[in-house]
Design a protein around this ligand. Structure first.
Ligand code: EPZ
Length: 426
């Protein structure tokens, strides 16, 4: 399997352009099902999770035309059988968006339980609660969820926990339901606003996305549109942290600085210089970083998807940092790998205590999930000597051309497709 070989210890310098947001794009690709006409999507990141969602659409009968690597035309009119294949559903979490979109269009859906990053328990009870409120019945048989409705009727949906996926799925099921749906305690992440903007541009009537109350008045038809996905805040945040962690100087282009405020604020607190422009952000760091305490929270709080990268940066900060991540049960699985670099971290429950060390040393490590994999790449860039990151397919689920973009910033990183054979030959 492919690996990244990194010769670290070099500051990152230069400019990097951020791709479209994975977590918005996977939802919007699935949402094309709700359209009566073809849609043209731009700024779609070329990543594995998108390829899986496109394959699901294709297998169900949609017409797919790849215009260029970031532009895709999707014609959903050929879909007749709302059944998602098991192996594709298992390959990513975003397959859960086919619950809401298929139900919204066909009043039925058969979708295997989704896969995705192993971050601990990832229930779907809130998704099912939303569908039930709109009038759908469900059963789970053989690892697949079967949803059926005679019709969907607008209703009040209150989420017991803040859920991004649940909120998006409730919007999908409600957008063509009869009458008014009110979602309370809705998640507010940027991808929810992007999904609502996409659907509204098709003729939907959604108000309040980005706040905790979203109102949706159902419509009968949604038309085809051209739509550009927002830039990826987590990819941008990852390069911001990589710049600071390597004591570099990087201009990160094609970003929405407002989406990055919690990351900007934390980076400034630990001693990095961050300057915001209209569509770019400049991060520089020339001294030692300082300890901090950090707690992940739903948007606009510090995102759980940036926790592994930020924690990795803190391994060489001055003093003892405390990082708490309560969003998922188990988002510290990468810590064992980080210790191989010489990091001093102890984890108790959902809190990590990071004692800053003077330097990291290159190691052979294994990506345990997407963001953990990005964090290990950052550790490799920070560390002296050579690092090998294995299982990089996790990283490629969500980062477009990460090795190429890092090389553009002066990093010594290569992708090795033949590493195991060469090692055997030695
Ligand atoms: C989305 O996952 C993202 N994935 C995740 O990004 C991100 O970490 C997460 O939101 C939180 O921001 C996509 O957008 C594809 P949730 P999602 O429903 O929707 C609990 C990445 O690295 N919950 O907001 O699955 C759940 O267990 C990925 O890009 C229920 O209890 O997350 C968790 O504790 C990883 N019941 C909390 O809510 C439910 O029915 C938040 O989960 C649903 C969720």
């Amino acid at each position: 399997m492919d690996k990244f070989i990194i010769r670290g210890g070099k500051p990152l310098h230069g400019e990097v352009v951020i791709s479209g947001a994975k977590n918005a794009a996977v939802a919007i690709v699935a949402a094309t099902i709700l359209s009566d006409e073809p849609c043209l999507l731009e700024n779609v990141p070329e990543i594995r999770d998108i390829n899986i969602c496109i394959k699901i659409l294709y297998e169900m009968g949609a017409g797919i035309k790849i215009i260029d690597k970031n532009t895709i035309r999707i014609d959903p009119r050929g879909i007749s059988d709302p059944v998602v294949p098991y192996d594709l559903a298992r390959a990513c979490r975003a397959s859960s968006y086919f619950f809401g979109t298929l139900l919204g269009r066909f009043l039925k859906a058969d979708v295997p339980l989704p896969g995705g990053c192993d971050l601990g328990d990832r229930p779907i009870d809130q998704h099912l609660k939303a569908f039930a409120a709109l009038g759908a019945r469900h059963s789970i048989d053989g690892g697949a969820v079967s949803l059926r409705a005679d019709k969907l009727i607008g209703s009040q949906i209150y989420f017991d926990v803040l859920t991004v996926g649940g909120t998006v799925n409730a919007i999908f099921a409600a957008v063509k339901a009869e009458g008014l749906t009110v979602i309370e305690n809705a998640a507010k992440e940027p991808q929810i606003v992007d999904v609502a903007n996409f659907l509204n541009s098709m003729g939907a009537d959604i108000m309040g996305a980005g706040t905790d109350v979203i109102k949706i008045r159902g419509v009968k038809h949604l038309k085809g549109v051209e739509y550009a996905i927002i830039p990826d805040p987590i990819e941008a945040g990852t390069y911001m942290v990589a710049a600071a962690a390597t004591k570099g100087d990087v201009l990160i282009k094609n970003v929405i600085p407002k989406h990055l405020e919690s990351i900007t604020d934390k980076l400034r607190k630990v001693g990095a210089f961050v300057e915001e422009f209209d569509e770019s952000i400049h991060v520089r760091c020339d001294g030692k970083l300082m300890k901090t305490s950090l707690k992940t929270l739903p948007h606009p709080g510090f995102p759980t998807d940036m926790q592994p990268q930020f924690s990795t940066m803190l391994t060489t900060a001055d003093g003892t940092s405390v990082v708490t991540d309560n969003i998922f049960d188990n988002r510290f699985r990468y810590v064992n790998e980080l210790r191989r670099f010489g990091a001093d971290i102890t984890v108790e429950g959902t809190t990590a205590v990071i004692q800053g060390v003077s330097e990291l040393n290159g190691a052979t490590v294994r990506a345990t999930d997407l963001r953990a994999g990005a964090a290990l790449v950052i550790a490799g860039l920070m560390a002296g000597g050579t690092t090998v990151v294995e299982d990089i397919y996790h990283i490629e689920r969500g980062y477009e051309n990460i090795d190429e973009k890092l090389r553009g910033l002066g990093a010594d990183i290569v992708r090795d497709t033949d590493y195991d054979n060469k090692r055997m030959a030695v």
